[in-house]
Design a protein around this ligand. Structure first.
Ligand code: FAD
Length: 463
């Protein structure tokens, strides 16, 4: 009997497996497809490889401003794809080596719960039984769709299929306003596709509205058509093979047509065939119900990552898994699951952690905010990326939210996450010398500006 059986080898599952082995548990990892899950094979990594292509294209478009004379350039889709695949392959192989080095048993097959200590695994050789004291469900999520006539028309792609694109379409409709939708819209817009983003409510709703408003303006200026607050009526295919989407908006009915349609309206937790019903494991609207230790209503069965639907982010899946394993092994929880950074890999990048101004306002607590523009940051200008800002929100001198749009926002956000995690205030940040010239100086100045002490910001008028 294993100490821990894990079903699903994505970032939640494989990191749990390695942590379990580090703590001395005997671990078995069951994966039906490729180790690395959505993140490595169909999500974070392949999209970020393509985002880099998009960034390079954007830089090449500005070559003249850098004094580089370039006649023309073109995109080789086959090479773009093979670079992307190469990155995925090398990471997946690395994970296999780590699992092997940690003596984790990997079973390739589909896992189904039989009872609280038994998983049936359907492999190419037949069905086998694996016994364990504890089971971690880490089966992730799959793309979901909108319920509107025509949403299941052949040729409509999800992120899974779009990642395997073999040509760059002339035009594309993206349905959805979340991270996946924005990232693909950004990539293909940079590649020269005429992108129309159709959104039911607003884009990336979890981000402070000061940032989203600016992001919309920037993306529109770059040529993206963004339509929000829509009610979808139907999707059809025209005689010429285009997709036609009919929506209702404040301005009345509108019709949009494009060569390709990406359905990126969200993801749903994946539990098909898992056998939850065999044990009466409760699944709510978003995913499998769990307590603060990620235990389901069957206490030796845990559900972590996308399948519990709490946050659909790879780093959250890993942290859930590590917490669950440490709980199983009798360790005290040490991870703060409230301060979660989120990033949107578009140009300019967006990153956010902690509370938005809207949330602080709703709490009724007194607060202060300050915004520092990258246009006043030397490094950003040297990069040719002076667009965007760092916005800081503080309550009673403690930093509670930081929202960034600008170069390397996804890297900059972690100093803010640490500050919020540790309850730091203005003095803590001000007292840490930041190197010059760096993008990180924008964070320090944003924080100092809360006290009207930022050096490269105009003094605020006395309130
Ligand atoms: P998954 O990674 O989905 O892994 C679940 C695994 O379980 C799969 O390999 C599946 O084959 C396996 N499985 C399912 N059922 C069974 C079964 N019964 N038996 C055996 N195996 C089974 N997140 C970020 O943090 N940053 C990003 O930049 C980012 N970009 C993304 C881009 C895209 C296009 C997409 C789609 C997602 C992105 N995400 C990103 C989200 C991220 O990929 C997920 O949050 C993360 O992969 C969830 O990890 P997980 O371990 O919970 O599940």
């Amino acid at each position: 009997m294993k100490d821990i059986i894990i079903i699903g080898g994505g970032p939640g599952g494989y990191e749990s497996a390695i942590r379990g082995a580090q703590l001395g548990a005997s671990v078995c990892l069951i994966e039906n497809d490729e180790i690395g899950g959505t993140c490595l094979n169909r999500g974070c990594i392949p999209t970020k490889a393509l985002c880099r292509n998009a960034e390079i294209v954007e830089i090449l478009k500005q070559a003249d401003a850098f004094g580089i004379e370039l006649e023309t350039f073109s995109l080789n889709v086959a090479k773009i794809q093979s670079r992307k695949q190469g990155i995925v392959k090398s990471l997946v192989e690395g994970i296999y080596q780590l699992l092997e080095a940690n003596k984790i048993e990997i079973i390739k097959g589909f896992g189904t719960l039989k009872d609280a200590n038994t998983v049936l695994v359907k492999t190419i050789d037949g069905v086998m039984e694996v016994k364990g004291k504890n089971i971690i469900l880490a089966t992730g999520s799959v793309p979901s769709s909108i319920s509107v006539p025509g949403a299941d028309l052949p040729g409509i792609v999800t992120s899974n299929e779009l990642l395997e694109f073999d040509h760059i379409p002339k035009s594309m409709i993206v349905i959805g306003g979340g991270v996946v939708a924005i990232e693909f819209a950004g990539i293909f817009s940079s590649f020269g596709t005429a992108v129309t983003l159709l959104v039911r409510s607003e884009i990336i709703k979890f981000v402070d509205s000061d940032i989203t408003k600016r992001l919309v303006t920037t993306l529109k200026r770059k040529g993206m058509d963004i339509q929000t607050k829509l009610s979808f009526k139907k999707i059809e295919k025209t005689e010429s093979g285009q997709f036609r989407v009919t929506v209702d908006s404040k301005k009345g009915e509108a019709v949009y047509e494009a060569d390709m349609l990406l359905m990126a309206s969200g993801r749903e937790s994946y539990t098909q065939g898992l056998g939850l019903e065999n044990l009466g494991i409760v699944k709510g609207k978003k995913g499998i119900d769990v307590n603060e230790n990620y235990q389901t209503n069957v206490p030796n069965i845990y559900a972590i990552g996308d399948v519990n639907g709490l946050w659909m982010l790879a780093h959250v899946a890993s942290h859930h898994g590590i917490h669950a394993v440490e709980h199983i092994m009798g360790h005290k929880a040490h991870i703060n699951h409230v301060v979660v950074p989120s990033c949107v890999f578009v140009m300019p990048e967006v990153a956010t952690v902690g509370l938005t101004e809207e949330q602080v306002l709703a709490s009724g607590k007194p607060y202060e905010t300050n915004k520092f523009m990258f246009a006043a940051n030397g490094k950003a200008l040297a990069l040719g990326e002076g667009e965007g800002l760092v916005k800081v929100i503080a309550c009673e001198d403690k930093i509670v939210g930081v929202h960034i749009m600008g170069p390397h926002a996804s890297d900059l956000i972690h100093e803010a996450a640490l500050a919020i995690n540790k309850g730091m205030g203005v003095a803590d940040i001000a007292n840490a010398i930041h190197a010059h010239p760096t993008l990180s100086e924008a964070f320090v100045e944003a924080v100092l500006g809360l006290r009207n002490e930022a050096i490269h910001q105009m003094p605020k008028k006395k309130r």
